[in-house]
Every structure is written in structure tokens, then in C-alpha cells.
Write a protein that binds this ligand. Structure first.
Ligand code: MOS
Length: 695
């Protein structure tokens, strides 16, 4: 191979290593890998919203062409979810076919397996399932009588009521966000087969070791007997953990002793892979005339299922962001008869930032203050509730740089004074923050006799460019050119690793890769001479390294700016331009980091203007659970989005990466909503800002 000159690879744009494979179709996704003797499973989901299965007409469909098996609660093997995996106890929906109970609409009740997907689908649609219905309640209401406060969901400092009473200006406003869905381009799919006593799983997930360990536990298998790979993933956003189709596929492959594939339809993705809960949030702010916050109250209500507690932690957003004499923030939940919500891009921060950053804009208006100046006024010196020092905090630099680039200083603060034909124009701003976490990971680096290096880490590239980023990190740590480094990811045999989640992937995997690569370099320098035939390998686990980080508040920050035009005749809101400036630590690959940030901001447009899942109260299911019914921003909705970053060093952090997967969506919807107010003079406190709401 050609050996290019050594380079400082990190910080220089690099196209995706697997980019050509992806755009030519050579990259195989989970449902595309060919197998001999492959059988196809089709999930059957409950059509009732609560009750019991009284009969499954499997005999009738077993005679249909190609049908091999019908798995259901009467014949499926027993599994357990009575364990805590890498990310907690699995969602009960993954323990499929264990009893006759139907806790919500869309609950998996059977898997039909056939020779072809068409035969499986036909038989699944012909399967008659009879239910005993029970009354259900699927409606999320902030004043639901069953609302409760989960453990450790509140944070308090000072006397909120007293500080509100002492405030010159008080804002008390409520905001809602609807149920939202991840809608990854690639629907969930898995192919499973037994091979020489090992369960081989070809998957689309956010963490292959996580899936492997959870499957081993569920089926009481030895950990080494489960092997999960997830080479390419067409989007995940929190939804691609262990799900019902994995478990159903393992059951079928075990029973039939054949490879079995289960791919979900878009509607099934809506029904059984999790979603973001709707929220109802009350924000109370009290300020002195100069804008200093005396009181910051944030009460968030979200829904959870009757099966498992999931908290959409929106009220956590301001705990680290704004100073106030008194802080009271709490997340409460309402359990109803629906599937359990899950993490969806910037869980907590995305809806929480909408409420808080909108409320600050309203407060700025009442104070007659510039909204950026209000945020600057309430910049804390240490964690406002925790009292912990910040590792690095560059929110003000983002606001300043963003204001300069966006042209904020020329802004006339008065609403509804800019008109262009039938369009009213306005601009808005919001801040943004997201935690910069890290978690233990194992990586190995091998010096091969041919002069190349092989890196192995159970990372997941969910479309982010993780494989490429890790190549750059390894190249720098080894002090070689990136083309001498081969990074292999998404294979559970490579060992424990953090998942592609929490904006912690590149940082967690990168730390392990850096540590292994540096140690390898030292070892090679000492050894000298020719390498043995199988090379020299160093394997590193970062568990002990994590402990060297001092306890501090570690966050990324951003400033979001939006310009909108509102059609006074139709109520349509068009985003004309958006600009975000972020402080997100070391940017490994500017090309893909920018895509992550712009992608997050684009999702913020969807959140502000389009996204809304609607449940039918009678059936408990979704209305329009597809891309025709569930709207996301199309290309024409996204005219000009710029993402920039400021230098954000943290000298104490050996990795310096903060993560860019989620911060792009945080604050975006508020910036757009604030711009709509500036254009029209009307506040919208319920997302999405649909034309019928604007009129
Ligand atoms: Mo994501 S919601 O961090 O998987």
C-alpha cells in the first residue's frame, strides 16, 4: 500500500472511509446480507389497546404457502428480563410471547415465519387473533390523576416561592411538546442463525456488545455463545437497542435451526421501538429589573407506560445552565396504556430547552432587555445547583461569535415590524447545552507485520462517521498516516464498549483507542526489529483512566440563531436561515462533525414546525404512522443552515472530545419559536407551530 506522509489527522476533514461502499450500494445493511436457507419472520402486533389474547388461529395459517412456524405465547420458549444490562433492565416489550396479556396497542402477539417475506406477511395478515378487551387510557394529560414524582427526579436550591415574591418581573408560562419518533431511514432489522454452537446476530444497533450481553442473559446463554455484528446502521437516534424483533428472531432461529430474518415495517417501527414522550412543562422565572434571575422553577410532566418507568428529563436542562438564587426543577410522569418511551436524540434537553429558552425570550421581552444580554447576565461561575466547577464553559463565546456572524446587533427588538409582501419576518436566539460524558471501553491496536495497524473496538457507526473519526484518532496516537490504520468496529467479540449514545461514543471509544495506540507505540519503540507473524497487540480498558477525571461539570454549549418568515395568509412558517455556534471540545473530523451539527439543527426545524405523532384514543394506536402522516423537514424546508464552533480546550481532559451528536437539536426549536414571536408578535407555546395554530 502507499504510505503517505504522517499528518495531524485529527482536525482535518476526511470523507467517510466506507462512503464509497455506501453510495454504490456495496455496503450491506442488516436486512440485505444474503444467507442460504434464510427464513423470514413477520411480527403480528396487537390491534387492541388492552386486554388478553383468548385465541390465536395459528392452525389455519400453518397450511398457507411457505409457512414454517407461528410463534406465540402458547408455544414460545421462556425468557427473562430480570437482570440489569449495560443500560439497565430491558423494556418489557422485548420479552415477547410470554403470556396472554396485552398491555397496549401494538404489543407483539406472534411471529409468523415463512420461506419468503411475502409469504410471511400474507400469513401474518391472515392470522386471526381473538382478544378479550379491557378498558384503556392512552391519553397524556398534564393534570392526569395518576401523575407521580419518580425517585431522584427533583433538584432544589433555595426558596422558590420567596424569590418569586421578591422578583420585580415574573414569568409563569406553560409549554407543550408532542410525542415524537426517531424515524431512522433504515427500519430495524436483524438476521439470526446458530453456527457451531454460537448464536450469530447480524443487526442494526447502537452497541453490539450491549445487544449480545442482553440476549445472552435473556436466553440464559453463556456470554461467549452470542456474537453480534452491526457493520452499517442507517440511523438510530436512541431507538436501536434491544427490541422485540431480536428476541423473536432468536426464538425462531432456535426452533427452526435455520437463519431467520425479521425486518420491521415503518408502522411497526412506530409501534414497538420507542419514541419521545410528549411533555407539558411549566416554567416560572423571577428576575430583578437588571435581569438577574432570583427564581428558576421548571416542572416537567411526561408520560411513561404501565410497564416500565421512563422519564423524559426535560427539567434537568437549566440545572447547569443558568444561575438563580432559587432553583426548583422536577420531572414527573403519568403512566398510561402505551408502549414505553425511550431515549430520542437529546432526551430531556431537546424538549427542556424548548421550554426554558422560550421562557427566557418572554422574560427578556418583559424586561425590555436583549435576549442575549439576559443570558449573559445569568452566566454562573460554578454549577448553579451542584456548586461544582465547570471543566470548560464557553457558552458566552458561542453567543458572541454567533451574534457577530448572524448580524444580531442590527436587530430591531420590536415584534411585527418587518414585512415583505405577505411575509412577516423575525429572528430569534436560544442557548444550547448537552453533557459531555464518557464511559469505560475496551480497544485493541495491533501492529501488523506489513506496517499497517488494526484497531478493534465495539463502536457503532450509526451514520455519524464514527469509523472515520476513530481512524483519525488512532493515526495521531500512533503517529502514522490514516491510510495505515484499519479500524474495525461493531463486533461484540471486540469486547465491552460504550454504545453510540449520549453523545459519548467518539469520546469513550477514542479514549480507549488513544490509550492502546500510545502504549503500542512505546512498546514498539522499545522492542525494535521485525514483528512476529501475528503482529504485536495492545488491549486497553479505560475503566481506571476514567477515575483520573476530577469531579466537575462537563458540558458542551451552543448558541442557536434563526430567521423565519411567516405567511400572514396561510400561517405557514418558513425558516430562512439558521446559524449555530458550538463549543464542543476537540472537533475530530470537521466534515462529519458539521454534518452532525447541521443534522441536529435540521431536526430542530422538524421539532419546531412539523413533528407530531397522533394517537387515536379509541384504538390506542398511531394515526398516520409513516412518512406521509408523520412530517419531518424535507430538503425544501432547510434552505441555509450553518454550523460553526469556537475553540473549546479543556487542558485537564486527555481526550478533549465532547461529542456533537445531540447538541445540534438542543435550543433550535426555541430559536425558531422566538423568531416566530419576533415576526408576528404572538407567542406559541405548543409544538409544532403548525399553520392552523399560527392563524
Ligand atoms: Mo441517543 S438518544 O444518545 O441514542
Amino acid at each position: 500500500m502507499t504510505t503517505t506522509a504522517k499528518a495531524d489527522a485529527v482536525g482535518v476533514s476526511h470523507t467517510r472511509i466506507e462512503g464509497r461502499e455506501k453510495v454504490t450500494g456495496a455496503a450491506r445493511y442488516a436486512s440485505e446480507i444474503p444467507f442460504t436457507g434464510l427464513a423470514h419472520g413477520w411480527l403480528v402486533l396487537s390491534t387492541v389497546a388492552r386486554g388478553r389474547i383468548s385465541e390465536i388461529g395459528d392452525e389455519a395459517v400453518l397450511g398457507l404457502p411457505g409457512v414454517l412456524a407461528v410463534l406465540h405465547h402458547g408455544n414460545a420458549p421462556r425468557v427473562t428480563i430480570d437482570f440489569f444490562g449495560a443500560l439497565g433492565q430491558p423494556d418489557p416489550i422485548v420479552a415477547v410471547f410470554q403470556d396472554d396479556r396485552v398491555p397496549h396497542a401494538g404489543w407483539p402477539v406472534a411471529l409468523v415465519v415463512a420461506e419468503t417475506p411475502e409469504q410471511a406477511r400474507e400469513a401474518a395478515e391472515a392470522l386471526v387473533v381473538t382478544y378479550e378487551r379491557e378498558p384503556h387510557d392512552v391519553t397524556f394529560r398534564a393534570d392526569h390523576p395518576d401523575v407521580y414524582t419518580p425517585q431522584e427526579s427533583a433538584a432544589e436550591k433555595g426558596d422558590l416561592e420567596a424569590e418569586l415574591a421578591a422578583s420585580a418581573v415574573v414569568l409563569d408560562a406553560s409549554y407543550t411538546t408532542p410525542e415524537q419518533h426517531h424515524s431512522a431511514m433504515e427500519p430495524h432489522a436483524v438476521t439470526v442463525r446458530w453456527d457451531s454452537g454460537r448464536l450469530e446476530v447480524f443487526d442494526s444497533n447502537q452497541g453490539s456488545k450491549w445487544i449480545a450481553d442482553d440476549l445472552a442473559q435473556m436466553f440464559s446463554l453463556d456470554g461467549a455463545a452470542v456474537h453480534v455484528r452491526s457493520e452499517h446502521v442507517g440511523g438510530a437516534f436512541g431507538s436501536k437497542g434491544l427490541r422485540s424483533h431480536h428476541v423473536a428472531a432468536v426464538m425462531a432461529a432456535t426452533q427452526l435451526q435455520r437463519p431467520v430474518r425479521v425486518a420491521l415495517t415503518r408502522r411497526q417501527v412506530f409501534a414497538i421501538t420507542g419514541y419521545r414522550s410528549p411533555t407539558a412543562q411549566r416554567v416560572r422565572l423571577g428576575a430583578d429589573p437588571d435581569g438577574r434571575l432570583r427564581a428558576l422553577g421548571h416542572e416537567n410532566r411526561s408520560l411513561t407506560s404501565n410497564l416500565r418507568e421512563f422519564v423524559e428529563g426535560s427539567a434537568g436542562y437549566a440545572r447547569t445552565l443558568y444561575d438563580a438564587v432559587a432553583h426548583h426543577t422536577v420531572n414527573r410522569v403519568v403512566p398510561v396504556d402505551v408502549g414505553t418511551p425511550t431515549w430520542m436524540r437529546a432526551p430531556g434537553e431537546a424538549p427542556g430547552s424548548y421550554a426554558v429558552e422560550s421562557a427566557l425570550d418572554e422574560l427578556a421581552e418583559r424586561l425590555g432587555m436583549d435576549p442575549i444580554a439576559l443570558r449573559v447576565r445569568n452566566e454562573p461561575a460554578v454549577g448553579p445547583v451542584s456548586g461544582l466547577p465547570f471543566a470548560s464553559r464557553n457558552l458566552l463565546a458561542c453567543l458572541e461569535d454567533g451574534a457577530r456572524r448572524f448580524g444580531w446587533d442590527a436587530r430591531d427588538p420590536r415584534p411585527r415590524v418587518r414585512r415583505e409582501g405577505r411575509w412577516l419576518l423575525g429572528t430569534g436566539v436560544a442557548a444550547s447545552t448537552f453533557p459531555a460524558g464518557v464511559a469505560p471501553t475496551t480497544a485493541s491496536v495491533t501492529a501488523e507485520p506489513d506496517g499497517t495497524f488494526t484497531v478493534k473496538v465495539t463502536a457503532a457507526d450509526v451514520g455519524t462517521g464514527a469509523r472515520t473519526a476513530l481512524t483519525l484518532v488512532a493515526a495521531d496516537a500512533l503517529d502514522v498516516a490514516p491510510d495505515r490504520v484499519h479500524v474495525r468496529i461493531a463486533d461484540s467479540d471486540f469486547g465491552p464498549a460504550w454504545v453510540a449514545g449520549g453523545s459519548m461514543g467518539t469520546r469513550s471509544w477514542g479514549w480507549a483507542v488513544m490509550a492502546a495506540a500510545r502504549e503500542l507505540r512505546e512498546r514498539l519503540a522499545l522492542a525494535g526489529g521485525d514483528l512476529p507473524a501475528d503482529g504485536v497487540t495492545v488491549r486497553t480498558d479505560t475503566t481506571a483512566l476514567m477515575a483520573t477525571l476530577a469531579e466537575k461539570e462537563r458540558y458542551a454549549y451552543g448558541a442557536q440563531f434563526a430567521e423565519v418568515a411567516v405567511d400572514v395568509t396561510t400561517g405557514e412558517v418558513r425558516v430562512r436561515r439558521m446559524l449555530g455556534v458550538f463549543a464542543a471540545g476537540r472537533i475530530v473530523n470537521p466534515l462529519t462533525a458539521r454534518s452532525q451539527l447541521v443534522g441536529g439543527m435540521t431536526w430542530g426545524i422538524s421539532m419546531a414546525l412539523h413533528e407530531e405523532a397522533v394517537r387515536d384514543e379509541a384504538s390506542g394506536g398511531h394515526v398516520g404512522a409513516d412518512f406521509a402522516g408523520y412530517h419531518v423537514a424535507a430538503h425544501a424546508d432547510v434552505p441555509a443552515v450553518e454550523a460553526h464552533w469556537v475553540d473549546d480546550p479543556d487542558p485537564e481532559d486527555p481526550v478533549g472530545i465532547k461529542g456533537v451528536g445531540e447538541i445540534g437539536i438542543v435550543g433550535t426549536a426555541a430559536a425558531i419559536g422566538n423568531a416566530v414571536w419576533h415576526a408576528t408578535g404572538v407567542r406559541h407555546r405548543d409544538l409544532p407551530i403548525r399553520p392552523d395554530r399560527v392563524l
